[in-house]
Design a protein around this ligand. Structure first.
Ligand code: ZN
Length: 394
């Protein structure tokens, strides 16, 4: 099928003006001025025309940190969170996801994560996974990190490896350094990112090991992406220094904007503060941490239970950054598209360019709400109606 999206304002995420996009067989076939179709053509070809007048067209969003097969469990077994459904991702514009394991890398493992990623893929979106979890030594699917990254298409890196957290393995710097080196080299040999995704906890030594790697090895900062950098003041400050020596930063969007903890920043505020501190926009990405467990607060700010990180927070924070902080659409969209694709070496993702994958989000110009979503060349959401659903979703 050919899809023609007409008259939208295109943010690729760089602004290209009002143009038409043609999608064919899961690829962007081209971006043109005012494409005209003769009625004859419609008799011979299966063409769907979408009128995007008054709308913004952007690349499909990439969420690089989602517990797709569930997470949590820190409050005993009943606090294990459920798997994600594809509609929760697609309805929020997420067309590419990187699945990972967190605290529980024991009852959940890489094979289960791989199976869930394959399921989402079959249902209609692009998926990748990291090997490992919080723990060091890393529990792999095959016999090594290298073999996981080199031999399993879906595996693009390692993580989330926990540092500066009471739930981490309290491993040595030497062990951490070896993981980063192995992932990087396997990435080089297989044409993948080979990134180590580093979970930063509330401990007193955020990014300590990352800076040590930069001081004592030849490995560049881009191979370690710290996440949850907006969780407290000290971590945030050190992360700014890390970006200034070439590191890329991952801001977590899943916190409760009504009950932001002391020192914590909601993601859109963190984005503004990073830009104000002189961090180049290219170094910044968002991830939702969806299906991770989250504390729930009452009106007095007391913890009354455990909730779940949500995929809806990813675009919620992008929208908030544009509307409230007046960050440009180009910059705000880049933290969930082009920047993320660049950081993880996803070559056909994150930009609206001829030959790239046909992952597209159409947004209403007036209220910036998502109208349509196209994933792998199929219309997944149209006029906010979910067309692609999970196998067991009603
Ligand atoms: Zn984490």
């Amino acid at each position: 099928m050919i899809i023609l999206i007409k008259n939208g304002e295109i943010y690729a995420p760089k602004y290209l003006g009002k143009k038409d996009i043609i999608l064919e067989n899961n690829k962007i076939a081209g971006i043109y001025e005012n494409v005209k179709i003769s009625p004859d053509m419609l008799n011979f070809f299966d063409v769907k025309v979408i009128n995007a007048e008054g709308k913004i067209i952007v690349p499909g969003f990439i969420d690089p940190h989602v517990h797709i097969n569930g997470g949590g469990g820190e409050g005993s077994f009943r606090t294990r969170t459920p798997e994600i459904n594809i509609s929760e991702l697609l309805s929020n514009g997420i067309t590419t996801v990187v699945g990972c394991l967190g605290t529980d890398g024991f009852c959940r493992d890489g094979k289960e994560l791989f199976a869930k990623a394959k399921a989402l893929d079959e249902e209609g979106m692009t998926t990748y996974i990291n090997t490992g979890s919080y723990q060091i030594p890393v529990k792999t699917i095959t016999d090594s990190i290298t073999n996981d990254i080199m031999l399993i298409d879906k595996v693009i890196g390692v993580g989330e490896i926990a540092l500066s957290d009471h739930r981490s393995s309290q491993a040595s710097y030497f062990e951490f350094k070896s993981i980063v080196a192995e992932a990087k080299n396997a990435g080089l040999l297989s044409g993948k990112g080979g990134i180590t995704n580093v979970h930063l906890g509330d401990g007193k030594r955020p990014l300590h090991y990352l800076f040590k790697v930069l001081e004592e090895t030849e490995i560049s900062a881009k191979y370690m992406i710290p996440t949850h950098i907006n969780r407290n003041e000290e971590t945030f400050k050190r992360s700014i220094e890390y970006a200034k020596v070439g590191g890329n930063l991952d801001i977590t969007t899943s916190n409760d904007p009504e009950h932001v903890l002391k020192g914590e920043r909601r993601a859109s505020d963190a984005l503004k503060d990073l830009l104000d501190a002189g961090v180049p926009i290219e170094r910044i990405q968002f991830s939702s941490d969806a299906q991770g467990s989250l504390p729930v607060f009452n009106d007095l700010g007391k913890v009354i239970g455990i909730g779940i990180g949500s995929a809806s927070s990813l675009y919620r924070e992008v929208r908030h950054a544009i509307l409230e902080h007046k960050i440009s659409i180009e910059d705000a969209i880049s933290v969930v598209t082009a920047n993320t694709a660049e950081h993880y070496r996803m070559l056909k993702k994150g930009k609206l360019e001829t030959g790239n994958d046909a992952d597209i989000v159409v947004i209403d110009t007036k209220d910036l709400n998502i109208c349509h979503v196209i994933a792998k060349g199929r219309v997944a959401v149209f006029d906010q109606k979910q067309l692609i659903k999970g196998t067991f979703e009603k």
